[in-house]
Each structure stands twice: as C-alpha cells, then as structure tokens.
Design a protein around this ligand. Structure first.
Ligand SMILES: NC(=O)c1ccc[n+]([C@@H]2O[C@H](COP(=O)([O-])OP(=O)(O)OC[C@H]3O[C@@H](n4cnc5c(N)ncnc54)[C@H](OP(=O)(O)O)[C@@H]3O)[C@@H](O)[C@H]2O)c1
Length: 317
C-alpha cells in the first residue's frame, strides 16, 4: 500500500522537508502497523533537520530520514505474537527515540510494547501531543525529586514541556513559579503557577529563593536563573547542548545540578493519558499543520514562541 512520509534528504532549512512515497514494510511478530492520525512536533525534530545534535550526527549517512517521535492513530495490522493490541484500537506512543524517528508518516510500523491505548475520552490529537514532552516533564520532576514541600521554578512554563511540567508539579503539591513573556502570563497562571514575566527584570528580584529549578531554556537564561535557587538546592537543566555549562556554574554556586535525556516510558505515558481522561491534566494545542506543511510547523517550533504543542495532521490537505 503506497503512502506518504515527510523526509529530509539533506540537512538544512525547513524547506528540506519533502513528501516522499513509501510502501508498507512487513511486520515482525511483535510489531503492529499504525495508521497515524497525528504526529507531535518537538524542538529536537527541527534541530536534527538542521543537522545539529547527536541524532543528526548518527543519521548523516542514513538520509533520507523521517523525523517524528510522537504518534497517535489506529492499529490496522498486528504481528503474530501481539496479544495486547487489536486491529481498530486507538494507540499513541513515543517511538524510535532517539535515532530512528519515523513519526511524520501516514503509516508506521512499531513494537507493540512501545504503545499506550488511548482512553475513549481523549482525542488522538491530544494523545499525539503528549508523549515526548509529557515524559520529559515527568522524568525531570522525578529526577529533581520534587515533593509537596518544594518551591519550584520552571523556566519556559508556557512551552510544550513547560506547560505539562507546571501541572505535574502542582499535582505533586509543590508551589510552582514559571517564567514566560507577558503574552503568556494569563495562560501560565491558568495552569495554577505564579507566572513570572521575564521581561520585567531579573527573576531573582521577582521571587524568593526556590528549592528546585527546572531549566527548559539552558544557556544564558538557565545560568542567570541559578540566582533564584537556595544554597544546596536542586537544578535540572534539560537542553542537552548547554547542560555541561549550566551544571558547572550551578556547582560553583553550591547547587546540586544535572542534565537529562528523556527515555521512552509507556507506564508514564499511560499515567498521563489517565490524568488527561480524568481532567487532571490539560494539553494546549497551539496549531495543527497538514503533513505536507511540515516546513511551516518547523518554522513555528524554531520561533521559540510556541504556546503548548503543535502537531502534524495526516490525511488533511
Ligand atoms: N533533554 C531532553 O531529553 C529534552 C527533552 C525534551 C525537550 N528538550 C529541550 O527542552 C527545551 C524545551 O522544549 P519544549 O518542547 O518545551 O520547547 P518549546 O515548546 O519550543 O518552548 C517554547 C516556549 O519557550 C518560551 N520561552 C522562550 N524564551 C523564553 C525565556 N527567555 N524565558 C522563559 N520562557 C521562554 C516561550 O514562551 P514565551 O513566548 O512566553 O517566551 C514558549 O512558550 C528545548 O530546548 C528542547 O530541545 C530536551
């Protein structure tokens, strides 16, 4: 069966994303074929497309390459050993991370065990926006051991990871502060955090010291925010390219600091899907783009201004 994927044949600007024809590979016994309805878009997709970072290095001799780690759709075929999933079931997952990707595609073959069933109350567009960003947020809070007694500052609280991290930290009972621009103060406050407008001056002049910093910005912004953390406090810096620098500076200030790379975890995805179904977590979808307009989605994610998440919609012109 012929279908479309959005691939890069060379690294470069968003325009290098082009539709290519593909035909369905055969299934191994533990795999399923998913008809993808939506694919999530994440900053790493754009960085890799531009030829930056580890996934690009590893794939440079493996082009054309299909980006995309977040998918949601319906099962259309199951391998011989697959007992947990059936044809017609709605599923979502964090697939092919970090080297394989493959989500920007109308169909994808994946290991059955990498997928979550999507509860009936949740739209597939929401399920596609959740996996990578949600699991990053979950694992960051877990690594930083955020608990009910903590004051937590989250940088970029309005972004894909940030808006989920804010809600998960509040669900743990923490007191949450989140930095954003004036345009996002209402959005971030609506999630339950105290929004801090970073254009209004240095963050440490706007809030009292915090126990934990979840740094979703890295670089200069991450380093500057270290001044907000109590001596002995915990720093988790998420952007990998500046993690060493932020950690070094944090340690010089007497803080505990580490970076992280998200690891796919189906149990965490299941737990967050359940929270979504129960109305205990909200995902904001800023925009949907047809697969063929993936370049526009990449321009949007590269703007650094995305509120919540953006997704690619399959089968839409
Ligand atoms: N290590 C890992 O495993 C891992 C996993 C996931 C993501 N990441 C990385 O983590 C970072 C965040 O990812 P994401 O998906 O959340 O990105 P994103 O959705 O693109 O973040 C966009 C948000 O950043 C905010 N922002 C921009 N400049 C800001 C500033 N100076 N201070 C505070 N907020 C600012 C914007 O809000 P305003 O418009 O209000 O400024 C916007 O809402 C990216 O670098 C990504 O590559 C790493």
């Amino acid at each position: 069966m012929p279908y479309h994927q959005l691939a890069i044949a060379q690294f470069g600007e968003p325009s290098v994303l082009t539709l290519q024809a593909a035909s369905t590979p055969s299934l191994a016994a533990d795999q399923v074929l998913v008809k993808v309805a939506y694919a999530g878009v994440n900053p790493i997709d754009a960085k890799t497309r531009a030829g930056l970072g580890w996934a690009a290095q590893q794939n440079k001799d493996n082009l054309p390459w299909v980006p995309g780690y977040d998918i949601a759709g319906k099962i259309v075929e199951v391998g011989d050993n697959v007992k947990s999933l059936e044809v017609g079931e709605r599923v979502a997952g964090f697939i092919g991370f970090p080297l394989q990707g493959g989500g920007y595609s109308e169909y994808v073959v994946v290991d059955a065990e990498s997928l979550s069933k999507v509860p009936a109350q949740i739209e597939l567009v929401q399920a596609a926006a959740l996996p990578l960003a949600g699991q990053t947020a979950w694992q960051a809070l877990e690594k930083a051991k955020v608990s009910a007694s903590d004051r937590v500052l989250i940088l970029a609280g309005a972004g894909g990871v940030g808006h989920i991290a804010v809600q998960l930290a509040i669900a743990k009972g923490a007191e949450v502060f989140a930095s954003c621009s004036a345009a996002n103060v209402e959005f971030v406050s609506g999630l339950g955090a105290t929004a801090i407008d970073y254009h209004r001056g240095r963050l440490e002049q706007q809030i009292d010291p915090v126990d934990v910093l979840i740094d979703l910005m890295g670089g200069e912004v991450g380093c500057a925010a270290l001044a907000c953390v109590k001596t002995g406090g915990q720093v988790l810096t998420i952007p990998t390219n500046t993690a060493e620098r932020v950690c070094q500076q944090a340690q010089q200030l007497g803080l505990q600091a580490e970076g992280m790379l998200v690891a796919p975890n189906v149990a965490q995805n299941d737990a967050m899907l359940k929270m979504l179904a129960q109305g205990k977590l909200q995902l904001h979808i800023a925009a949907q783009f047809p697969l063929a307009e993936g370049a526009r989605a990449h321009q949007q994610i590269e703007s650094g201004r995305t509120r919540g998440k953006i997704v690619l919609a399959m089968g839409v012109q």
